[in-house]
Design a protein around this ligand. Structure first.
Ligand code: B12
Ligand code: SF4
Ligand code: SF4
Length: 384
């Protein structure tokens, strides 16, 4: 199969699975890593220290540190509708949906399986084998269950970043291996496929992998980085989750996006309740961002942090709501809704009840203690 045919095949199949945008870039190092380093220097990470860990920096700089044989990156987007009006107390729209890490991972795995089958049918690169498929299906790992799975799957990549990572993190390790392994291997120790029998390999990244997702989306021609620091697509706005599939197949890259749809607009900058947005660098002061405080911040709030949270219980959509690129109706998301959305009465939930109530929700990330902390702050602020 020619690389362009594979590209069109992946685009068509991705649509059928619910991805609304699909672009391609190469696996070369990310020039925007310089911007990332500059942002680290602003020292606004709060408790997200994992974002500056040496081993993960190398991966952000060069995606091939995640999959050495990667030749192409397929960047995908899944639409997310903003809830029509802010709820009171406020819960970010994404938390109305079942945890996107899990649902998008399953969509991406289905897509990979289609590519694998198609490649085998065409009899061209990459060659497939039953053994590899068996190994790869064992190896879709939810990081929270990492230790349990690692004994079964025995291949662990980025386990450190997955454990400490953003939102509720998922990890997809090296997905195809020539043989099953009985000990832990680092990426560089993986055996080389024999030259006669190249193997199909891939790696799926959704949020929690150390990769510059927004920059890659621009490089894959899908849209631009807004002043809010959100990636914006001309049709879907910033109401998109991103996902990347690193592939060892050569695919012609799309032309990077070069337009800027923000113009002189400053709505997000002026709306952000905590003045987090720096429209010049198009980055945010993360440790003041309500999304960080209510989801990622570990530990109790200082009195200042507690005030910054306002009446938000989990996440924040304020810079998304005011963005003119988010006003077009894009219909509903293909993502299923979560079983529950947080409310003030959740303050009384025991840890077990919390886990049960939010079992398929991204809210699990805060743990019961974190949600109680957020509720306390929101109640205090709404009484003022
Ligand atoms: C850490 C993190 C956070 C932190 C910090 C966010 C931030 N803005 O930096 C916190 C916890 C605050 C957060 C909040 C949210 N997050 Co978050 N987060 C991440 C994560 C894990 C890393 C982001 C990061 O590295 N930030 C540091 C900055 C410097 O890097 P960057 O965002 O990649 O920015 C690059 C570009 O902006 C580019 N760049 C900068 N200026 C310019 C200018 C030009 C011209 C160009 C071309 C490029 C460019 O260079 C930067 C370095 O590569 C990503 C997943 C990932 N692995 O990438 C998700 C991710 C960014 N988050 C996401 C979401 C949905 C959210 C929230 C909307 C959730 C919510 N409702 O509460 C908010 C939005 C807040 C906001 N305005 O950004 C989505 C965003 C999708 C999109 N359309 O952009 C991502 C991509 C996850 C996903 N897979 O979908 N998040
Ligand atoms: S998510 Fe909220 S707090 Fe964070 S930058 Fe956007 S508007 Fe500001
Ligand atoms: S609100 Fe305006 S400035 Fe901010 S990201 Fe949207 S278009 Fe750009």
């Amino acid at each position: 199969m020619q690389t362009n045919q594979i590209k069109e095949f992946i685009r068509a199949e991705s649509k059928k699975l619910g991805f609304c945008v699909c672009g391609f870039t190469n696996a070369e190092p990310c020039a925007d890593f310089v911007r990332y380093q500059q942002w680290l220097e602003t020292d606004s990470l709060g408790t997200m220290a994992y974002l500056k860990r040496e081993d993960t920096l190398a991966k952000r700089a060069d995606p091939r540190a995640l999959l050495p044989e990667a030749q192409s990156i397929c960047v995908l987007g899944v639409p997310m509708a903003l809830r029509p009006a802010p709820s009171e107390p406020e819960v970010a729209s994404y938390a109305w949906y079942a945890d996107y890490h899990e649902t998008i991972l399953s969509m991406a795995e289905k897509l990979v399986e289609k590519v694998r089958q198609q490649s085998a049918v065409s009899g061209q690169w990459p060659v497939d084998s039953d053994q590899q498929s068996a190994v790869s299906s064992q190896c879709s790992v939810v990081s929270d269950k990492l230790s349990a799975v690692s004994s079964q799957c025995s291949v662990v990549s980025d386990q450190q970043s997955a454990v400490s990572n953003h939102h509720s993190s998922l990890l997809t390790p090296y997905s195809s291996l020539p043989t099953p392994h009985s000990s832990l291997l680092t990426p560089n120790q993986l055996p080389d496929p024999s030259p006669q029998q190249p193997v199909f390999s891939y790696r799926i990244c959704i949020d929690s992998s150390p990769i510059l997702e927004r920059s890659l989306a621009v490089r894959a021609g899908l849209g631009w980085i807004g002043k809010s620091s959100m990636f914006i697509h001309p049709k879907y706005g910033s109401r998109l989750f991103l996902c990347e599939i690193l592939l060892n197949i050569p695919i012609e890259p799309d032309t990077p996006y070069t337009k800027d749809g923000c113009g002189s607009c400053l709505r997000c900058t002026n709306t952000c309740p905590n003045h987090c947005i720096d429209p010049e660098s198009r980055t945010i002061r993360a440790d003041h961002c309500i999304s960080y405080l209510t989801i990622e911040h570990k530990g109790e709030f200082t009195p200042e942090q507690s005030k910054l949270v306002g009446t938000h219980l989990f996440g924040c959509d304020e810079c998304l709501r005011v963005c003119p690129w988010n006003s077009r109706d894009i219909g509903e998301s293909p993502l299923p809704l979560a079983g529950a959305v947080p409310q003030l009465s959740d303050y009384d939930l025991t840890d077990m009840e919390f886990k049960e109530k939010f079992r398929n929700s991204p809210v699990l990330r805060t743990k019961a203690k974190g949600l109680r902390r957020n509720i306390e702050a929101a109640v205090k602020n709404s009484n003022k």
